[in-house]
Design a protein. Structure first.
Length: 58
């Protein structure tokens, strides 16, 4: 896709993005950690709901 910026503005944007501040080395994304966190959250909330239900019903 072509840039909609003027060439001077695109040059400034490119220089800004190439600055060392924006060249942060990141760890690889780990899908399994995300799935485990979601599973723990869903199980925890489910158990909390069951516990609160026993308090209300009993």
């Amino acid at each position: 896709m072509a840039s909609r910026l003027y060439p001077e503005d695109q040059k400034r944007v490119d220089e800004y993005l190439k600055s060392p501040l924006h060249q942060v080395e990141r760890k690889p994304f780990k899908v399994w950690w995300l799935l485990a966190a979601i599973l723990v959250a869903v199980l925890g909330l489910g158990l909390l709901a069951r516990f609160l239900a026993t308090l209300v019903i009993a």
